[in-house]
Design a binder for this molecule. Structure first.
Ligand SMILES: [Zn+2]
Length: 276
């Protein structure tokens, strides 16, 4: 399975740059649904990614077990998302969020229950204003049993206070939302110290369980989070905290994060609070 996923990733990189030959790995990323708001691809036998087009390929994932399908995130604005998901998996749905931001919980109101990290409750008025369902809370280290498939919940704060990663150890991959930023991380209220701790925490889990990569919250087909990315984020964060690297003003920033640092192939946007 792990080998196959690496093949899929390698293949996805390939099709972005060249004319693709038909191969087994192509079948693993076949398009299963498309309308003007979202396209779903199958990425292995029981895993799918949906990419919305309103906020830089905002991604959601369907992870199917024998009893239950966990849906990680629900995009920005997609009509009838519940019905679209039901056309892909017949299983009952458990909706979870990697974090409470409008490009990841924008369709929460289409679902009766949404599971979040309680630390992100603070973002609900802004990100899920019309949610009338039941809010349920995840716990750090929780195992979600899908039936012959499990997801481990790992709290990875920094992008938001309640950012969360889900690890499928048996498959050798995980799902990290915007926790590690796909090379461009925004620290909304989080600190560099928090970021270092989250990177170290998830890195240890990946290493100990042969988890090869994490699917990010804005997946283009070839931008997984890797151990190398985590290491680079740790190095850059330590450089900032030690004063070795100074933040520059980001003239184009519209997220209320006026400063940025960029090195080792990663970029972090932040404000003065993040240095505490
Ligand atoms: Zn996002």
């Amino acid at each position: 399975m792990k080998k196959m996923m690496l093949l899929v990733l390698a293949f996805n990189s390939f099709i972005f740059s060249a004319y693709a030959q038909k191969s087994d790995s192509e079948i693993e990323r076949k398009e299963v649904f498309k309308n003007k708001e979202i396209v779903f691809y199958q990425i292995d036998e029981r895993t799918w990614v949906g990419n919305g087009n309103m906020m830089f390929n905002e991604s959601m994932y369907i992870i199917e077990g024998d009893e239950l399908a966990v849906v990680i995130d629900n995009g920005t604005k997609i009509a009838n998302l519940d019905k679209i998901i039901a056309s892909i998996t017949p299983k009952n749905i458990m909706m979870v969020a990697t974090h409470v931001h409008p490009d990841h919980t924008g369709n929460a109101r289409s679902f009766p229950e949404v599971y979040i990290n309680p630390a992100d409750s603070i973002n609900i008025p802004y990100s899920m204003p019309n949610f009338k369902g039941k809010l349920k809370y995840l716990t750090d280290g929780q195992i979600i049993d899908l039936g012959a498939r499990q997801l481990e919940v790992v709290f990875t704060p920094a992008h938001t206070p309640g950012s969360t990663t889900f690890i499928d150890k048996a498959s050798g991959f995980g799902f990290s939302g915007d926790s590690f930023g796909s090379g461009n991380l925004l620290l909304f209220g989080g600190t560099f110290s928090q970021l270092i701790a989250s990177c170290e925490k998830i890195s240890a889990i990946m290493e100990g369980n042969e988890v090869e990569f994490l699917f990010p919250g804005h997946y283009h087909g070839n931008n997984p989070e890797t151990q190398v990315r985590l290491k680079d984020l740790i190095t850059l964060s330590k450089d900032v905290l030690s004063g070795k690297v100074k933040g520059e003003i980001d003239p184009g920033n519209s997220f209320g994060l006026p400063l940025f640092v960029s090195d080792y192939g990663v970029k972090v946007n932040y404000n003065e609070e993040s240095l505490k």
